[in-house]
Design a protein around this ligand. Structure first.
Ligand code: ZN
Length: 422
């Protein structure tokens, strides 16, 4: 269903077109199920509210375990698993995220009359059983009302971007996403100074006028030392989503300059430096980031592991070959990630190991190298290729979208309490 809304903001009319999932009418058919018995509810994560039992899926829980605890027999468990898979695409439960409700419409001691699986706040999958023992499934997408909100902040003396972001009332999850995006373009050690301003536009999702969660970062802008860094989230004609600079060039680079978010640079790339352990002067072929032992180390880009091992200098290290001419190396690890071996394909952001202090190291940190065409380069300054640039048709559409969005944001800058209704 396609729908267009006009939203008046600061005397400007913005036309926002969006697609909302068709809302299915819910025919609430409540049929009593006949079961020989019900399991006792001894699970610690089970709450009894009125005539409904809510199970919050915990780690180690499976659908059959949960259903069995509610008194379902093997035949029903198989039928329910099958219909969830074929009708709702649910093949597994996610711990600490999914919920299952068991309704006992005939009172707390009556059989289960309806099972509702809640995979996140935006979907309900309702299961009812008819007199013939046939399970029916109704998957409902909950309509969400998305608002774009604007937050701006400023770095103060002795501040970090994280502290400034919190002060600007940017939720921690959104701030983490902003870090992830900016880590392609800037280095938080050298590029962050008092007086710099930044802004973020992100989605807030509402249902029945109640805020449920935050969505994606839509625009991020940061006045870095090397100039303003600005990125826009844009959905391409093929429906895939990416981030682009104001001119429509891909903002997501093949590699991240700072693989670990919010890690301070403790030693820069240089062709000559006094080695802290060896004492004599030699080149520092990478950048050191301070991080505590055990901090996950994400792959700076997608590629294939070409080395994983130990040597005297690097300690435990992993080397990845990326598309094109780049390789990255990560040293001093306390341990490697499971299933990361020579030959393993890794994706950008995947944990490959954990920070440590193995090899020639004075304390826990990540030593990170980028090797271009066989030569070590400075990770913080090397020119990195974009993964995804827009083609001509998308670029034209993007520029139009970006100009409209910029106009709408001008209104929010004047009055940050306003929001853009999507
Ligand atoms: Zn180093």
């Amino acid at each position: 269903m396609e729908k267009a809304k006009n939203f008046i903001l600061s005397h400007k009319v913005i036309r926002v077109v969006l697609w909302t999932a068709g809302v299915l009418a819910v025919a609430a058919v409540v049929i009593s199920l006949v079961f020989s018995g019900r399991g006792d509810r001894t699970q610690t994560d089970t709450k009894v509210a009125d005539n409904t039992v809510v199970v919050n899926v915990a780690s180690g829980d499976t659908l059959s375990k949960i259903l069995a605890a509610q008194g379902f027999n093997g035949t029903d468990i198989n039928k329910i698993a099958e219909i969830l898979k074929t009708k709702a695409g649910i093949t597994g439960l996610r711990a600490d995220r999914d919920k299952i409700e068991f309704a006992h419409d005939g009172g707390p001691d009556s059989p289960v009359s309806k099972i509702t699986v809640l995979p996140g706040p935006w979907r309900r999958v309702e299961l009812t059983c008819d007199d013939g023992g046939v399970w029916n499934c109704n998957a409902i997408d909950i309509e969400r009302d998305t608002r774009l909100v604007y937050r701006q902040g400023e770095i103060l003396d002795g501040d970090s971007f994280y502290l400034a972001g919190m002060r600007a009332d940017i939720p921690a999850g959104i701030l983490a996403d902003v870090y992830d995006l900016l880590a392609f373009e800037m280095d938080f050690e050298r590029d962050v100074r008092a007086g710099q301003k930044f802004s973020v536009v992100y989605e807030e999702n509402y249902s029945d006028n109640k805020k449920i969660d935050n969505g994606s970062v839509i625009v991020v802008s940061f006045d870095a030392l090397r100039g303003n860094v600005k990125m826009y989230r844009y959905r391409k004609n093929d429906k895939s989503v990416g981030y682009y600079d104001p001119n429509g060039n891909g903002a997501i680079k093949s590699l991240k300059r700072t693989p670990i978010n919010n890690a301070k640079v403790t030693s820069s790339f240089s062709t000559r430096r006094k080695h802290p352990v060896l004492g004599f002067t030699r080149a520092h072929k990478g950048v050191d980031f301070r991080a505590s032992t055990g901090t996950p180390i994400p792959a700076a880009g997608s590629g294939r592991v070409v080395a994983r091992g130990f040597n005297r200098g690097h300690g435990n290290f992993v080397k990845i070959r990326h598309n094109g001419s780049f390789e990255t190396l990560y040293a001093h690890m306390s341990k490697f990630a499971k299933n990361v071996n020579v030959g393993t394909a890794v994706r950008q952001g995947q944990t490959i190991g954990y920070v440590g202090s193995t090899g020639l190291s004075t304390g826990p940190h990540l030593h990170y190298e980028i090797i271009k065409d066989g030569k070590h380069v400075n990770p913080l300054t090397v020119k990195l290729p974009a993964i995804d640039n827009l083609d001509a048709a998308n670029k034209k559409k993007f520029i139009e979208y970006r100009e409209n969005l910029d106009k709408a944001i001008e209104g929010l800058v004047k009055n940050p309490k306003l929001f853009i209704q999507m």
